[in-house]
Design a protein around this ligand. Structure first.
Ligand code: PHE
Length: 503
């Protein structure tokens, strides 16, 4: 069978923007910007975008395109010794898929709850921890499932399977909706947020630049970390998406468009988040500085708290709750299925399996793996796995990728390939980014990360839990990568010939 291809350039760009633009834009960027200098944060952020985000995005797309293969296969064709870190990325992607799907499940629960808006009558924190998650006390005390989350999870995996069931052909059809709709809904939320009383004060929290922060190296690390997470790079996703390109795709231009669209949407979501927080501060008397500005709590507690007090009575609350949670759902779903699609691409390329059947079974396996996060202690484990796998593996894989591709294979050779079919060519700056800037930043962030995590257990969790949910999972993904690289790859050229003969 010939490899599938994107039906058009705009379909690919939309799918890639869909993967990149996700919860990270809506709930991670605004809070990080606020903590790291407000408006001044845009300086390190855009520098990170151009010196690392876009160069790596172009790198991953182009090797996928060149070798017409997911991450492990593409790396293996560059050099057989590189295959393992492709699988390391796939293992990491699997862990992320397992918990990201649970967040999608919560969002689905919240879309359903938006018709009842319990956050109007009860504290939003209570709705979240007791009503939805039904959190139990001890971390090893699984306490059974939260049935609400379990049900949401079934819907989440059905949606994921539905969107990718025919590979990029079905992805191409759904991204039209899952990319455009959240942007429209975001515009509504922004309009509502900035016209609320107190909004201006919220926005000034978000945007007033604190230039002194630019001297703090951690602010720079935060900017780079956010860029990598937000662009969905280093998890083998963009290599897989690039592998469905035709020969004439112009990666240099597309990487720029995707990077700028992602950054733009992040910046805009800050207006919705901080406008709303400003309103909440005014009516509840809680100072903005004491509110949660980022992560799970912002989306499921602070924001619903504000939604519950929207002007316009019950109808207004229902309307804006629906807009907000449908926006989150459409933001998250195309990021979630891009991770699964990347994993499936890697396996199908390695073993020559039937893609549609593999897709079905991987959704089943993914669902089973995500069950642990649907238990009553799921929230804690999600937090730990996210912190280690996402943050540590991400940076470590980045370091290995830059050394292998930039130094051992050669950035110049890759750039020549990248520039070969376009009039929009990248200059030497691209080599400098891949060979020097990215590795230095990766090294710095991972060393700081190791030091902080060894000195202070993350978030005050008991060390035993951090070892099980954090370091052990990190180690497992590496071992998985190494084992997979020793398993022989099915020679697909032969099987294609055989198919032709038998037809
Ligand atoms: N880029 C996504 C976001 O911003 C996050 C993500 C990362 C999704 C990696 C899938 C894989 O939310």
């Amino acid at each position: 069978m010939a490899r599938q291809q994107w039906s058009s350039r705009s379909t690919f760009v939309m799918a890639a923007v869909g993967s990149a633009v996700g919860l990270g834009n809506a709930w991670r960027f605004p809070g990080i910007a606020y903590q790291n200098g407000g408006g001044a944060f845009l300086v390190p952020y855009f520098i990170a975008l151009f010196t690392a985000g876009i160069p790596l995005l172009a790198l991953e797309l182009s090797i996928g395109k060149k070798f017409q293969s997911g991450a492990p296969g593409a790396f293996a064709q560059l050099n057989k010794k590189f295959e393992w870190f492709g699988w390391w990325g796939v293992g990491t992607a699997f862990c992320i898929a397992a918990y990201y799907s649970v967040v999608v499940a919560w969002v689905i629960d919240y879309v359903a709850l938006s018709f009842k808006v319990p956050w109007m009558d009860k504290a939003a924190a209570e709705v979240f921890t007791q009503g939805v998650l039904q959190v139990s006390s001890g971390m090893f005390d699984l306490g059974g499932f939260s049935h609400v989350v379990l049900l949401g999870l079934v819907f989440a995996w059905l949606s994921i399977w539905y969107c990718i069931r025919h590979g990029v052909a079905s992805v191409g059809k759904v991204v039209k909706y899952t990319v455009i709709l959240p942007i429209i809904l975001l515009m509504f939320l922004i309009l509502r947020a900035v016209t609320l009383p107190g909004a201006l004060e919220g926005l000034s929290y978000y945007l007033v630049p604190d230039w002194s922060k630019l001297l703090d190296i951690n602010v720079w690390a935060a900017a780079y970390g956010q860029i990598f997470f937000s662009l969905s790079i280093l998890f083998s996703i963009m290599v897989a998406y690039g592998s469905y390109f035709g020969k004439d795709a112009e990666v240099t231009k597309d990487a720029m468009i995707i990077g700028l669209a992602d950054a733009g949407i992040s910046f805009l979501s800050g207006f919705a988040a901080f406008g709303t927080l400003g309103y909440l501060a005014q009516i509840s008397g809680t100072p903005i500085a004491e509110m949660k500005h980022t992560g799970i709590m912002l989306a499921f507690v602070t924001y619903p708290e504000a939604l519950g007090q929207m002007p316009g009575g019950r109808f207004g609350v229902i309307l804006f709750s629906l807009i907000f949670f449908i926006m989150l759902f459409t933001l998250a779903i195309d990021s979630a299925f891009s991770i699964i699609e990347a994993i499936i691409t890697a396996f199908v390329d390695k073993f020559g399996w039937n893609k549609e059947r593999t897709t079905f079974w991987f959704c089943v396996i993914g669902f089973c793996a995500s069950l642990i996060f649907a238990t009553r202690v799921g929230l804690y484990w999600l937090d730990i796995v996210d912190h280690f796998v996402n943050e540590f593996n991400l940076i470590a894989i980045g370091l290995v990728e830059c050394i292998a591709l930039g130094w051992i294979f050669g950035a110049k050779k890759l750039r020549e390939y990248l520039n070969s079919n376009t009039n929009f060519k990248y200059g030497v700056w691209w080599d400098v980014a891949i060979k020097y800037i990215c590795p230095v930043i990766f090294l710095f962030i991972s060393v700081t990360y190791l030091i902080t995590n060894l000195k202070n257990p993350y978030d005050g969790y008991p060390v035993a839990h951090l070892v099980t949910g954090g370091w052990a999972v990190v180690a497992l993904t590496v071992v998985f990568g190494i084992i997979m690289s020793f398993i022989p790859t099915k020679d697909q050229s032969k099987s294609v010939e055989n198919e032709k003969v038998t037809v």
